[in-house]
Design a protein around this ligand. Sequence first.
Ligand SMILES: C[S@@+](CC[C@H](N)C(=O)[O-])C[C@H]1O[C@@H](n2cnc3c(N)ncnc32)[C@H](O)[C@@H]1O
Length: 286
Amino acid sequence: MGDGVLTLTSEIDPTAVKVRPVLKWVGGKSRLLPEILPRLPAAFHAYHEPFIGGGALFFSLGAQETPRNFYLSDLNQALIEVYEALRDCVDDVIMFLRQHEYESAYYYQIRALDPQRLSLPERAARVLYLNKTCYNGLYRENKSGQFNVPFGRYKNPNICDEPNLRAASAVLSRAQVEQRHFSTVLETARSGDFVYFDPPYYPLSATANFTAYSRYGFSEQDQIVLRDVFAELTKRGVYTMLSNSDTPFIRELYADFNVHTVFAARAINSKAGARGKISEVLVCGY
Ligand SMILES: C[S@@+](CC[C@H](N)C(=O)[O-])C[C@H]1O[C@@H](n2cnc3c(N)ncnc32)[C@H](O)[C@@H]1O
């Protein structure tokens, strides 16, 4: 893939997004997009997202139909395979997804399957199905890497949203998707590219445990390594942006950069209606 074309971002309208994320993902950025989009660099070459998760910003940028290269990565293999399968064999994913049923005993049968015995589109359809029907749309694995979230209660889950899956497939056709550690972005990002980091957030309190996305935790040391990667890319002329929790530790780590305080509405406890706004930080190296 080459350097791509410089593309203006100032006209992006967050309400005109045509592709929605295909997975519910803890820390999904859809609610923060109105804060992120106006702060994008005015123009950039390729887009890199090394903690892709649900990919809310990627899908909203991809839907702009601009000739840009996208480099997406994450440590979670099951997640990466969903994007690969949607890009390369969306018809098969949809065919397998249509065969799945919303029923508790059936859910546990599918959850118990060994993914290694399934084809790539079957594995992707299984992850999409479990994500749409599991409790709270969580992705959680036990120590041996097996998905272990219980069945969830929904009125009428839209297990196979075919138009959105096809739209996502079209956007992904321009993306390189790989399972890798975030630090490898140092090898792919060039001057004039844009990198958006959405890591597991540093916990707000010692007891908060938001970092258990998979069997790979994310430690304080990882946050420090990430800051060093952010600083190195910025020094090389890469446009860098990062979201994280609004905590003294994170503010101190990024004290040399532009730290914006932003707000996203989110549930603060499980009681219906009890919602509040918690500040987060959006750090820009430009
Ligand atoms: C906050 S989520 C990303 C949310 C996403 N940007 C969205 O909008 O939905 C963080 C992601 O980081 C991934 N992750 C954790 N440690 C990682 C590492 N060392 N390198 C790359 N990805 C990692 C997790 O698998 C998870 O998908």
